[in-house]
Design a binder for this molecule. Structure first.
Ligand code: AMP
Length: 398
């Protein structure tokens, strides 16, 4: 059995790992750490829940501890993930260590970040937009940053960060070590890795952690008229924390209000909120001050809140892969959890694709035919919505 002692890690790291009760490396850690310690580039498919954060932070911290010349940049898609990665970084570093870890994310005070950067942190964890802002303002220099992690790279591309990421890479030295982690490795990620990684070792964690854990999946067949009442039933029947996913930012707030009218207290989390508000909401949910969190897919990846017992997909995700990320928010660290999905007639096609994807994840070697959701062109959808609201307006005038 491999243990962390096999990697010749610094005493500080070993102490922290003991304190964290990380007794042995997870599969992704076992595959990543030795290769990363040997300065090789890595292209890894691994998801949140696999222990991937420590898989790249342990070698990074070890390198910093053993040489004065390692500086690491970790690029992540969301502010929440940045905070989570920073928390893992702080828990891994020895409390006596002078290692500085800074977050550089949007929605937070720029001045504060500029003054943190002046202290020359060895690890910067950031979202692409704010990192670019600071590079353009010349408040950040990456010329010494010779260790790069692209975390949740598929998500970064889905969010349209490709240009931003490429711009950031231009500020970094060519001679560097790059680790790319992505839940899946589609063509776009392969291309990116060919362009920016140097003969990377390909690492795959075969068993999808999310599906290996004990997540019971339940389907509620519903329709738009009875969906809300079905939700109330599910909420009252369940004990423990519930994360409810809805399609849009607006719907998070709307559902929160509607639940409040039914004396059900909840929190709403979405990307339009200021960062300190988002942090406070997550903190309140983490500390179980509220039992229910309603969120957009901003919360489908990366969030590690061990006590979430139920995930309710009130609306289906826009992208089938997000289903797996969503349900992975429950049953953390081997505990049990349940995922409930509300399927109305208009969700039927998406649900079929999700079912295929689940099957594919459980049987990675089986061949499946590709099926894609055909979206109507955006203009038509907007037109339809506009006509609908016009009709509503006319009706309310009459
Ligand atoms: P991650 O995939 O990095 O979000 O990690 C998922 C969870 O696994 C977190 O709660 C970590 O604290 C935990 N974890 C990471 N590595 C280990 C380990 N070697 N042993 C036990 N738990 C771990």
């Amino acid at each position: 059995m491999t243990t962390f002692l096999d990697y010749n890690l610094s005493d500080g790291l070993i102490k922290s790992l003991k304190y964290l009760r990380f007794h042995k490396p997870t599969e992704i850690q076992e595959k990543t750490i030795p290769i990363a310690l040997k300065d090789n580039d890595i292209l890894a498919s691994a998801e949140t829940g696999s222990g991937k954060t420590a898989a790249y932070l342990i070698p990074l911290i070890q390198k910093i501890n053993s040489s004065r010349n390692t500086y690491g940049l970790v690029l992540v898609p969301t502010r929440e993930l940045a905070k989570q990665v920073a928390d893992v970084g702080h828990s891994l570093k020895d409390y006596k260590s002078k290692l500085l870890i800074t977050q550089v994310v949007g929605g937070a005070s720029l001045n504060n970040q500029v003054s943190q950067l002046k202290k020359s942190p060895q690890i910067i964890i950031g979202t692409p937009g704010r990192i670019n802002d600071l590079l353009l303002r010349k408040s950040l220099s990456l010329k010494n940053f010779n260790f790069l992690v692209l975390d949740e790279a598929d998500r970064m591309l889905d969010m349209g960060f490709e240009d931003q990421v490429e711009k950031i890479l231009k500020y970094m030295p060519n001679k560097r070590q790059t680790l790319l982690f992505s839940a899946t490795i589609p063509e776009r990620i392969s291309k990116l890795s060919k362009k920016y990684l140097n003969s990377p070792h390909r690492i795959e964690v075969k068993n999808n952690n999310v599906l290996k854990t004990q997540i019971k999946q339940k389907v509620v067949t519903t329709n738009q008229d009875k969906k809300y009442d079905d939700l109330l039933n599910e909420i009252t029947e369940r004990r423990g924390s519930i994360l409810i996913f809805v399609r849009t930012k607006y719907l998070t707030e709307k559902l929160k209000k509607r639940l409040k009218q039914d004396t059900v207290k909840s929190l709403a989390l979405h990307g339009d909120l200021r960062q300190n508000r988002r942090n406070k909401i997550l903190e309140d949910f983490r500390k179980s001050k509220y039992r229910i969190l309603i969120a957009t897919d901003i919360a489908s990846r990366g969030l590690d809140i061990p006590h979430i017992e139920h995930v309710i997909n009130y609306d289906m995700p826009q992208v089938p892969e997000d289903y797996i990320h969503r349900i992975g928010r429950t049953a953390r660290a081997g505990s049990v959890g349940e995922a409930v999905s509300f399927i109305s007639p208009r969700d039927a096609k998406m649900w079929k694709i999700i079912e295929k994807l689940l099957d594919k994840t459980k049987n990675p070697d089986k061949k499946f035919s590709e099926e894609k959701i055909q979206r109507k062109p955006k203009e038509n959808r907007f037109k339809k919505r506009r006509n609908k609201s016009r009709k509503y307006y006319q009706r309310s005038k009459n």
